[in-house]
Design a protein around this ligand. Sequence first.
Ligand code: ADP
Ligand code: ASP
Ligand code: MG
Length: 402
Amino acid sequence: MGIIVQKFGGSSVATTEKLKKVCNHIIKEFEKKNDVAVIVSAQGKTTDRLITEEKEITVSPNKREHDVLVSTGEQITISKLAIMLSEMGYKAISLAGWQIPIITDGNFGNAKIKSIKAETILDLFDKGYIVIIAGFQGINENGEITTLGRGGSDTTAVAIAASLHADKCDIYTDVDGVFTTDPRIVEDVKKLDMISYDEMLELSSLGAKVLHNRCVEIGKKFDIPIVVKDTAKEESEGTIVENSKFLENMEISGIAKDDNISRVTVMGLENKIGKTYKVFNLLAEHKINVDTIVQSFGESINKNLSFTIKTADVPEAVELLESNLEYISAREIICFDNLSKVSIVGIGMTNRTGIAAKMFEALYEQNINMHLISTSEIKVTVLVNQDEADNAVKAIHNKFFK
Ligand code: ADP
Ligand code: ASP
Ligand code: MG
């Protein structure tokens, strides 16, 4: 007997028929005398629909009210699932984030979890309940509803697993594990039986949306094995995300792609100590997430500073920098849209040579231009035109996994 946390994503809970499959997975663990906490997403594309409907009212909604709106999808799923389990003869109870509570900071739309009152769930286990919890949501210290960012139900699930000291966290989704790349892009992908937290963290931060990157961080911190598997399969080993047990690693573990990236260049930035700091501090104060940064020296007393951001953040970032040109001592801001990040990730590259060259060769053979390159110990990222990104992934996949 142990504590099992299961999470079911939007496509897994999309219809009443699919909810029945979900119940089977829950009951199976419960019948093995486990305590079971279940985290669910909104059904199907509900969250997307809510956002579209919100845009019919305004493109710049009040952030507090935005979270009140988009958190509603999950509440529908928890109640339906609890009703269904009760009809099947099981004691089940639904909990919204505030009822536990899951306390977050006050950053609406991208809130971070500060604490979870695990006793609420443990008391319900003691009373024999299967506990069904709304993913993606919490409350801040003023009692206001917050959400954790798109895809955040994974993070709710692993955070709940950590707070309950669960044996593992099963993430049920629409693919049977983590593959060498997104199976929607490449046909002959290979399933990984195991991937380390560090590699998975890179892959999901670089665009592999199979897991929310923050859930991997929590899994690593609290040593919770995360198992990704297919809801449609009755029995599956899936992929386990845990500390690496391999003596030797493959060259790379996977390839990730992230679309809708823009490159912003601050031209003619005065080459004096503190100027670069001013640029990034401005962006940080406005909570604009900056990724790859490259600084080049084009002119004698000035430098050019390029960085990538999500295209959705471009209007705010450009407006902010242009209205502060004098303050940051720069000449102009140039922006380049419709780019994608394509990355290879693997612990194996730390002690091998020629991995980046192999990636660049694959791109060269397809005549794909790289706009920017950045590397770390276990990843190489290149920026390519978005309309060439799928081809880039396919070519790189062929090079490494054929
Ligand atoms: P859920 O709604 O269950 O949270 P998501 O759509 O968020 O599911 O994540 C699952 C999707 O992640 C898959 O359908 C797949 O297209 C995508 N994906 C991206 N990279 C990978 C990868 N390396 N392995 C498996 N799936 C991946
Ligand atoms: N429903 C939320 C979303 O679509 C959270 C999630 O599914 O993880 O982003
Ligand atoms: Mg997801």
